[in-house]
Design a protein around this ligand. Sequence first.
Ligand SMILES: *Cc1c(COP(=O)(O)O)cnc(C)c1O
Length: 407
Amino acid sequence: MADDSKSGNCTRLAHAGRRPEWTGIEGHPSAVVNPPIWRGSTHLYPDTKALKAATSCNEDGRFFYGRRGSPTQWALADALTGLEPGAAGTMLYPSGVAALAGALLAVLRPGDVLLMTDHAYEPTRALASSLLKDMGVETRWFDPLDPAALEAACCERTRALLLESPGSLSMEMQDIPAACAFARSRGIVTIMDNTWASPLGFAAHSHGVDISVMSLTKHVGGHSDLMMGSASAGKEWYPKLRRMAQLTGQVVSPDDAALALRGLRTMALRLERTAATALELARWLENRSEVARVFCPMLPGSPGHDIWQRDFSGSCGLIGFAFRGGTAEARSAFIDALSLFGIGYSWGGFESLVTPADPGAIRTASPWPPAGMDAADRFAVRLAIGLEDAADLIADLSRGFAAWSAA
Ligand SMILES: *Cc1c(COP(=O)(O)O)cnc(C)c1O
């Protein structure tokens, strides 16, 4: 096959992971388009010699036992590695949170200090302040927008840096290349939650990240019917990720891996469409009197847009906005008046979702609302834009604002 790394996103996604030996049999390689679902716990061997050989050979793409997966999972991991220039391999986990835990546990030891961006996904924070703390790992949170705060939080014992950009809920953009360069100069490992942009929108490893984590539940699955996570790393960290995943028994089902592979084929198209609709909605929201600020890095003039434009090649449909004042009842009335937006957590599916958000609720190291925003405007709404038509979504949001004003 041609060198896929130089092809466009849609081409890469159409061909990723489809190795002839995984989509066919001996004598008829590439017999079917998709890697079949290899559902099996036990792997069998023709004789004891082959069993022994399999047992002593702990490598990717080798049969051994169900926990190490089969061609269905290997094809998905291989496809994801192919999307990350600089990655040597990818581990799969039963959820995005499990992937974050797997990456952190692969890196951290008792006595280490972890630096974490203050706008990190809330369950990532919870992991740090409970399990990691009990393990003897100290976490220090820092202001995502202040490079000096990152440096000030750093000490001799700092082992790892957890980044996320844009941040969950607040959509703040971090200067990832600068943070990674700083970390590298101090021998600190960088882990980035790259769920928002995916490797299609942000080439994490090329920008200096050591381990990139993604919740495949979101864009890769894309249809709100599976949960999975991944962590990709280069030659230094991939074997350590792999070892920790094996020690803790991380495995995903072949059925889910096949669904994720199916989702992956159309991911670029879906991201393009949802990002375009999200930007159209952001432009519309920006001009509404009920809106204090739109959180959408693709929107020209919005905070972080310069970083997004410099470092990112894509985006997605996850945006948000802060209400201009108003009561809790009015915010609930807004959400309850929507009919096209499902009320529920998650994002990256084909359908639009809405949740109330208070980006400041979990922060400990930086102010919210940020400078330039009124304290009365701290409450927000998160919108996960799906594949519906923009005009219909705008009409729905208009109904929401009418309910907000009436409440
Ligand atoms: C959803 C999400 C996760 C966790 O993924 P799950 O698959 O739901 O466990 C991690 N990071 C971010 C930014 C997310 O939005």
